[in-house]
Design a protein around this ligand. Structure first.
Ligand code: MG
Length: 237
């Protein structure tokens, strides 16, 4: 029996290969608008995008800021490229391509299949709803999840406790010590689990340095150790 009854999994960078999806979506949208897809332009986009997401996290993960940032990242890129495209339209083109790129990280599907049937599985994501819905609908792991919780639909983001309060209410989780949050982001997943009063597993295959301010309950560097951890102790009543 698994160590927890409810496994709340982040999507991007935990189950889905978000770096690859982002790379392909950006390539598609730049080519659509007639721009070259060079490592320099991709690096600039990533720098702009990362800086905006860092502001988003620092500013308390506000939904209005997320709506602003997804357009502003392309407005800033267009300014640097000297273009005149509509950044909101460019973002829509980008998101459509992102939704078509649901490549899973190696081992993710096998992991989900092994856990399925032994524990309640749910997705907890801050992603854009249309992107996450279309990727999961096309993914072999989609049917394995009892529910998919998307911040844009809940009206509140990870790491806020209110996000997880809605998750608990909808899944009927009454004992939070029987649930665990699994994700690659210290700021949203691990901090979110801490805020919600749940155990956390930091999925860290890239072995990024820890942050003493956001200590996970556990840390794993891949699906093998994650599965071993989740099955390592009998569940207790
Ligand atoms: Mg993630």
């Amino acid at each position: 029996m698994p160590r927890y009854d409810y496994i709340l999994l982040d999507a991007d960078g935990t189950l889905f290969d978000f770096d690859l999806a982002e790379h392909r979506a950006l390539q598609g949208v730049l080519e659509f608008y007639g721009y070259p897809f060079t490592p320099q332009i991709e690096a600039r986009y990533q720098a702009i995008n990362s800086a905006l997401w860092a502001q988003f996290s620092a500013g308390g993960a506000d939904q209005a800021f997320q709506d602003y940032l997804v357009v502003e990242r392309f407005a800033a890129l267009i300014r640097e490229l000297g273009g005149e495209e509509d950044p909101a339209q460019m973002n829509r083109e980008y998101l459509a391509r992102l939704g078509e790129n649901g490549q899973l990280l190696p081992g993710a599907e096998e992991f989900c299949r092994k856990l399925s049937g032994h524990a309640h599985l749910a997705i907890v994501t801050n992603g854009v709803a249309s992107v996450q819905r279309s990727r999961l609908a096309a993914s072999p792991i989609g049917p394995l999840f009892e529910q998919v919780f998307i911040s844009q639909e809940l009206g509140v983001q990870k790491p806020r406790r209110a996000f997880f309060d809605q998750v608990c209410a909808q899944l009927g989780i009454t004992r939070r010590d029987r649930a665990v949050v699994v994700g690659d982001s210290l700021a949203s997943d691990i901090q979110g689990g801490i805020n919600a009063g749940m155990d956390t597993i930091w999925f860290n295959p890239g072995r990024r340095p820890a942050d003493p301010a956001i200590p996970p309950t556990w840390e794993v560097d891949g699906f093998g150790p994650l599965e071993a951890l989740l099955f390592s102790a009998p569940s207790v009543g």
